[in-house]
Each structure stands twice: as structure tokens, then as C-alpha cells.
Design a protein around this ligand. Structure first.
Ligand SMILES: CC(C)(COP(=O)(O)OP(=O)(O)OC[C@H]1O[C@@H](n2cnc3c(N)ncnc32)[C@H](O)[C@@H]1OP(=O)(O)O)[C@@H](O)C(=O)NCCC(=O)NCCS
Length: 199
């Protein structure tokens, strides 16, 4: 039995951002991200607003008492939505996240990946690093996960920099999204050791 987290415990602050569980009302930022071919270039097919509307209920599912799912990232100062961050089961042979694996009473069996997407006007300001670092902290402080993984397109150097900066280990390549992709991992022990050495 997994104790559900309260709504407050799922709101995660960073120095400049607030992460809160994605809601169907976040269709505006979902479209700003998923309908822009520059943003989706290394991640997925570009969607139409109609297609985004159809998936809002799926992508707002949460698993493990709320601990696994997608967060909306907004500026703490102004409330402007800048993008999203995820802790979600990584697909191996599938080409998309299987949102049906998110159920309230269990962790998905698959490894959990950290990910993020920012609208174009929010690039280049270090926001992805804040999102990724905060989601890793949440993963190791508020869940029982022993490790978090990540993968990127081979050409997505900016995302690889974000993962390394957040302490993830370059593990060569791994299979995900039905491809061999650059693969990164961090274990609970590694994350705790990094926190201890930063104090
Ligand atoms: C990839 C993405 C998340 C990066 O986020 P960001 O907050 O804009 O990242 P930053 O601009 O702070 O850059 C991160 C690092 O990559 C470097 N970088 C940025 N663009 C780069 C490029 N084209 N080539 C190489 N390095 C690059 C930056 O210099 C920075 O390096 P540093 O950590 O050594 O300072 C953002 O561009 C994005 O949302 N892209 C579209 C969606 C996406 O690709 N998501 C990731 C899926 S794996």
C-alpha cells in the first residue's frame, strides 16, 4: 500500500521555478511545447493542438500515490508557464510513454526516467537544470526509487549537459523508445553521496 502524497507535497520549488502536477488546464503550455517543431525536434513528433487536447487526460495521470507523473514548471515570480518535467516509466520497445502504467497504488515496474521540455522562449537560462535537479531530489527524498535513468537523442547536447550537471552518470548507450540512445543513470547512493559532498 502506497500512502498518497498530499497536493502540497507534490508542489516543488526551485530557486526560480515552481513545479506542480500537470493539469488538463495546462493545455496552453502543452501546445507551446508539443506543437513547436524546434522543441520536439529531438523528442517526439510535432503534435497539432487537437491532438494535444486528446492526450491531456492521459498525460495528467499520476502513479505511486502521486509521486510519478508530469509536472508543469512555472516562474515563481510571475506564474508564467515555461515547460514541464517528468518522472515516468521509460519505454523500451515502445516509442511513447505508456501512461496506462501510472496507477495510484503502485510504482511502475519499468525504470523511471527524468525528462523536461521547455518552450523555446525559456531556453538558455538554466531552467532545465533546475527542473532536473529538483525532480531528482524529489525522487530520492519522497519516493522509494533506487535509481533514476535518462536518455536523449544523440545530437541533443544541451540535454546531455543538463543531465551531467545534475550528477547523472554517462552510461554509454541503452535501449529506449525502440532505439539505442545515449543513456544516463543516477542511483540513490550516488545522489546521497553528492549531497553530502556539497555540504
Ligand atoms: C534541452 C533543453 C531542455 C535545455 O534546457 P535549457 O534550460 O535551455 O538548458 P541551458 O541553455 O541551460 O543549457 C544547458 C547546457 O547545454 C549547453 N548547450 C545549450 N545548447 C547547446 C548546443 N546546441 N550544443 C551544445 N551545448 C549546448 C549550455 O551551454 C549548457 O551548458 P553548461 O551546463 O555547461 O552551462 C531545452 O533546450 C529544451 O527544452 N529543448 C527541447 C526539448 C528537449 O530536447 N528536451 C530534452 C529531451 S531529452
Amino acid at each position: 500500500m502506497i500512502t498518497p502524497l498530499t497536493a502540497d507535497a507534490l508542489v516543488l520549488d526551485t530557486p526560480r521555478l515552481r513545479l506542480r502536477p500537470y493539469s488538463p488546464l495546462d493545455i496552453d503550455i502543452a501546445c507551446a511545447v508539443l506543437c513547436d517543431p524546434e522543441v520536439t525536434k529531438f523528442v517526439c513528433d510535432t503534435a497539432t493542438p487537437e491532438a494535444v487536447a486528446k492526450i491531456m487526460l492521459q498525460i495528467t495521470r499520476r502513479g505511486a500515490g502521486g509521486r510519478v507523473g508530469m509536472w508543469c514548471a512555472e516562474l515563481r515570480d510571475t506564474g508564467e508557464k515555461v515547460g514541464d518535467g517528468v518522472l515516468t516509466p521509460i519505454p523500451v520497445e515502445g516509442t511513447e510513454t505508456d501512461w496506462a502504467k501510472l496507477v495510484p497504488e503502485a510504482y511502475p515496474d519499468d525504470p523511471i526516467e527524468v525528462g523536461y521540455m521547455l518552450k523555446r522562449s525559456a531556453w538558455g537560462q538554466g531552467y532545465a537544470t533546475e527542473i532536473c535537479a529538483r525532480l531528482l531530489r524529489f525522487a530520492f527524498e519522497a519516493t522509494t526509487l533506487d535509481q533514476v535513468v535518462a536518455c536523449t537523442d544523440p545530437d541533443n547536447a544541451a540535454s546531455q549537459r543538463v543531465l551531467l550537471r545534475c550528477g547523472m552518470r554517462d552510461c554509454g548507450t541503452g535501449r529506449a523508445y525502440a532505439e539505442e540512445l545515449p543513456w544516463f543513470e543516477i542511483t540513490r547512493a550516488e545522489w546521497c553521496a553528492a549531497q553530502a559532498s556539497n555540504q
